[in-house]
Design a protein around this ligand. Structure first.
Ligand code: FES
Length: 145
C-alpha cells in the first residue's frame, strides 16, 4: 500500500454496518462502513470504507484494514487486533499504537454495535464524520467588576 494513496477512503452509501471510534490519546476520530455479501451461505465482508480525522498512521492502518477484512466473516474480522491490522506497516512506535487501536475500535463498533471507547462521538449516527462535530453553543460569561 502506498501511504500517499489510501485505499477505500470515503463514506459508503447502502452500508450494512457503520462504526465510529475516538481516541482519548489525541482526540482523533475514525468511522468505518462495511458491506456484507453471501459467500455460499456464509456472511462475509464484501467491502469496507473509512473516513478519518486522524493522523497518517491511522489512515494507513485503516486503508490496510479495509483491504485485510475483505472476504472475512464478522467473527474473523472481530478477532483481528490493532497490531494485526497494522502489521504490514511494521512495528509501530509506542506513541502510534493507539492509532491502530482507533481503527480496531471503529471496526469492532461497526461489527458489534458496541459503544466505542473511551471517547464516544457526540452523534454516532450522523451520516458523515464531519456531521459528528456539532458547532458548540456560544457561552457568554459576564464578569462583574
Ligand atoms: Fe492519534 Fe494517530 S496520533 S490516531
Amino acid at each position: 500500500m502506498n501511504p500517499d494513496d489510501p485505499q477505500n477512503l470515503g463514506e459508503m452509501s447502502g452500508a450494512d454496518a457503520v462504526g465510529t471510534a475516538g481516541s482519548s490519546d489525541c482526540g482523533d476520530m475514525l468511522r468505518m462502513w462495511i458491506k456484507f455479501r453471501d459467500d455460499g451461505g456464509r456472511k462475509v465482508i464484501d467491502k469496507a470504507t473509512f473516513q478519518s480525522f486522524g493522523c497518517q498512521t491511522a489512515i494507513a492502518v485503516a486503508s490496510i484494514a479495509t483491504e485485510m477484512i475483505k472476504g472475512k466473516t464478522p467473527e474473523e474480522a472481530l478477532a483481528l487486533s490493532g497490531s494485526e491490522l497494522s502489521a504490514p506497516l511494521g512495528p509501530l512506535p509506542p506513541m502510534k499504537i493507539h492509532c491502530a487501536q482507533l481503527v480496531e475500535g471503529a471496526l469492532k463498533n461497526a461489527l458489534t454495535g458496541a459503544a466505542p471507547e473511551p471517547t464516544a462521538p457526540s452523534a454516532p449516527s450522523a451520516p458523515t464524520l464531519v456531521d459528528s462535530f456539532q458547532p458548540q453553543k456560544k457561552v457568554i460569561i459576564k464578569l462583574h467588576t
